[in-house]
Design a protein around this ligand. Structure first.
Ligand code: 4NP
Length: 160
């Protein structure tokens, strides 16, 4: 059985596909790809079927990360399919929790729960900001996704 991990933001073109790409990178680096199913989605329907925002992709490439994804919207069944769901901010958290079944399978934790520099802060939406915002988001997601993998490996007894 794979460990299923889902990253969630609003549009599924900036923050959550980048989190997915970074997490995939750490998983591959540790040789653990066969143990994981990894995905991302948005609470909104604006960007279904779209590739990630070109500014996010360019910024990630400058940092050495290449990734892709096609946008999809969060659906209530995700609570029963995934083991871990990581919303980027309070608004994403509240929007999905409003759709939660009584006993979801998934453990839902804000993405920066795993960021030692600012636990439980939001990953801010970089969509309407400048280049600095994309780099800040990259840095906080890099820290948070690495720590998430450490947490999952410890919890699941993986990669020892
Ligand atoms: P994301 O950013 O939630 O990090 O993908 C956004 C992308 C698009 C929009 C808002 C946020 N939008 O309003 O279209």
């Amino acid at each position: 059985m794979k460990i299923k991990v889902l990253f969630v933001c609003l549009g599924n073109i900036c923050r959550s596909p980048l989190a997915e790409g970074l997490f995939r990178h750490w998983v591959q680096e540790k040789g653990l790809s066969s143990y994981f199913e990894i995905d991302s989605c948005g609470t909104a329907a604006y960007h279904i079927g779209e590739h990630p925002d070109a500014r996010s992709v360019a910024n990630a490439a400058r940092n050495g990360l290449h990734y892709d994804h096609l946008g999809r919207q969060f659906e209530p069944q995700d609570f029963m399919h995934f083991d871990y769901i990581l919303p980027m901010d309070d608004s994403n958290y509240e929007d999905i929790m409003a759709l939660s079944p009584v006993s979801p399978k998934a453990k839902v934790l804000k993405m920066r729960h795993f960021d030692k520099e600012a636990p439980d802060e939001d990953v801010p939406d970089p969509y309407h900001g400048g280049e600095k915002g994309f780099q800040e988001v990259f840095d906080m997601l890099k820290r948070s996704t690495a720590a998430l993998l450490e947490y999952i490996c410890k919890t699941q007894g993986l990669g020892k």
